[in-house]
Design a binder for this molecule. Sequence first.
Ligand code: ZN
Length: 439
Amino acid sequence: MHANKNSFIIDAKWLIPVVPEGTVLEDSSLVISNNLIIDICPHQQAHDNYPHLAIEDLTQHAVMPGLINTHGHAAMTLLRGYADDKALMEWLENYIWPIESTLVSYDFVYDGTLLAIAEMISSGTTCTADSYFFPDAVAAAFHDQKFRAQVACPVVQFPTNWANDEEEHISKAMLFYERYKQHPHIYPAIAPHAPYSVSDRGFEEIAKHSKAHNIPVHLHLHETVGELQTETGQRPLQRIYDHGLFNSLLQTVHMTQLNDAEIQLLAANQVHVAHCPDSNLKLASGFCPVDKLRHKGVNVAVGTDGAASNNNLDMLAEIRSATLLSKGVTLDPTSISAAQALSMGTINGAKLLGIEDQVGSLEIGKQADVIAIDMSSFELQPVHNPISQIVYSANGNHVSDVWINGQQLLKHRKLTQLDTTALTDKVNMWRQSIRQIST
Ligand SMILES: [Zn+2]
């Protein structure tokens, strides 16, 4: 066993592998070799069996798999707080789409994605599912920062700064797919924006490409009641089903409006749901029936949505919202336990992205996407149950250390790779540009 910086031992006070759900291993070590988890065992056994490896002492910490954010628009961090307290369509049509048509460029997207990466790493997220214009800029930022991400190319039927019409959005998405299909930690996908912004022909084309190449499809669906009022009277979910998009490659986002027959249809076709509780609350969109979906066997994961409708990317806060909201909506305090919420923020996200054989839990053979949460602060004491503490008491600021694919990107709360001074300067520059346009 050779000592190198991608081979080491993490000594944890509490090791939470997530699989099996609810398990806590006390005074256990995670052994990482060449980016992979190769052993999980008591501290002394790890030290005896791997004597050449450096030891990371995290004996005041809970160590768990990195959080997986299954829905976001990273570059929109630059629009955080730009237009709040609006209804979804007013927010999109009068604020977000006009500023996007003026300002969004390769540089805007690259810099905004960097800001999101800084926030995500600092709050324990190690993988995200993104969809935004200029996906090459999104992918370049994730690639440069060694961050794991599904990057979906957006498709809409109106012109954007990235493509002139629906056809061009789709053809650019396919070129992007070809460029990134072999990338080790960037997974290309296609994101028809929503039923109200993509044509029947567009959905047919997307279904054809998805089937031919196994490309994941990422779609905002049944976000609001208003979305159900269509010209034909047909519910959008039925239209998506009729276009042949219902299968395990489909990642539906929001899903606040669902009847029992639709839940059955999702379960029967292994369609995934990305639940975004804070965004749904902020835009008053409605409540995703997470409890019913889970009981019918639908895989439900959690996402923050963009920072312009949340307004943060803190996944620990998001899974807390997911469990509290479900209890509130069902009037059942046993709905979505802390352990289930932790699964929704990790392994269920990996399943939604089709990468559960690589990440989402701490298991031998998986890639080392690992986070440590410092449990020593007063607001996390005393630790009767570390899983409850993480879900109900902690937030992203308690995350101290983060590894993605065995590489340490956060050390004692400091980002190890990202030039934070340059990033702050760029964010300020964009703030001024946005201000000039909107005044
Ligand atoms: Zn969204």
